[in-house]
Design a protein around this ligand. Structure first.
Ligand code: SF4
Length: 315
């Protein structure tokens, strides 16, 4: 894997299914800038976490939502100019939710010219039968979906499964785990699936949701609503989403700072004895310029850290 992933990611290129060229030059320029940024951020994640390798068969999970449409779109752009050869296979699971428009995705994917597979499994009826009215169905529904997608991945000889979670999903998960699960645990950009048989990747790990919303509007993706199952939304996730958006409004740049923090973990300054051997700490006798000043308060270069606000108190 090399820097060509990123360098090559910045020349916008038309693909089948591209939206008609916008007439307004300013809007067009903005769209080009957004495309460059998205390609750069996805290319960077692929490179940093070695998400895609030579000869990979990547299953791109497409639900019909803005995130998965954008993921497929950007991966196709990168594929055409990547320094390595790999295949993309779009996969959609039709769970037979009432009113699911099953013609939209096949038509869109055919037009795009990408190999695709639609798996039809009526998990909706199973979930409805098992879960009593008013209870949230998501946990059983996603467990069934996961099992089916693993099986399809085996059948299609897939080497990587790509999911469309983005930066904001990852931050929300981090806070959900902290607030409701008592754990410092996020959503990894790359992992081994729970059945041990697959590598799952999240190429949108560095991408902000607001950029995906703008990209979906620009590209006019035929978005399928995600509320067809009638399940209640995850209220805790919703609450965390509100909190993060409020923080960002009050302290612009805070989201970016928090996301950077996920990539700068200092186990010796947390309290997990399995991550750091506190018991056997010994003096070294050597001064260390980067060492810990145990008695001083931490100082931050305010000007260079987004998301921090200087508050001055009257003396
Ligand atoms: S929102 Fe509906 S489709 Fe999505 S996981 Fe929950 S029950 Fe399943």
């Amino acid at each position: 894997m090399n820097a060509v992933w990123i360098d090559n990611a910045i020349s916008p290129e038309a693909l089948p299914g591209d939206a008609p060229v916008l007439k307004e030059p300013k809007i067009e320029r903005e769209a080009q800038k957004l495309e460059k940024r998205l390609c750069h951020q996805v290319g960077k994640a692929i490179m940093e976490f070695n998400m895609i390798e030579e000869g990979d068969r990547v299953m791109v999970c497409v639900s019909g939502g803005k995130d998965s449409f954008a993921m497929l779109d950007i991966l196709l752009k990168l594929q055409s100019r990547a320094p390595i050869k790999f295949e993309l296979i779009a996969v959609n699971l039709d769970q037979k939710q009432p009113g699911f428009p099953d013609h939209i995705l096949p038509a869109y994917l055919k037009n795009l010219g990408v190999p695709f597979h639609i798996e039809t499994q009526d998990t909706y009826s199973i979930v409805k039968k098992v879960i009593s009215e008013g209870k949230t169905m998501c946990s059983l529904c996603s467990r069934l979906r996961r099992g089916i997608l693993y099986r399809v991945a085996d059948e299609l000889k897939i080497t990587k499964i790509a999911l469309g979670h983005h930066r904001d999903d990852m931050l929300q998960t981090f806070f959900l785990n902290m607030f409701f699960g008592g754990k410092l645990k996020g959503m990894p950009p790359k992992l081994v699936s729970d059945n041990g048989g697959h590598i799952v990747i999240r190429p949108l790990a560095n991408v902000a949701e607001k950029d995906l919303i703008r990209w979906a509007e620009h590209r006019q993706f035929p978005i399928i609503p995600c509320s067809l199952c009638g399940s209640q939304e995850n209220l805790q996730r919703k609450q965390i989403g509100h909190m993060l958006r409020d923080w960002e409004k009050q302290y612009p740049g805070r989201t970016e700072t928090m996301f950077t923090a996920l990539q700068n973990v200092v186990p010796s300054h947390l309290m997990d004895t399995t991550r750091h051997n506190f018991k056997d700490i010994k003096t070294t006798g050597l001064p260390d310029a980067d060492g810990d000043k145990g008695f001083d308060e931490e100082e931050f270069p305010v000007a260079t850290l987004p998301g921090l606000q200087v508050i001055s108190f009257p003396s």
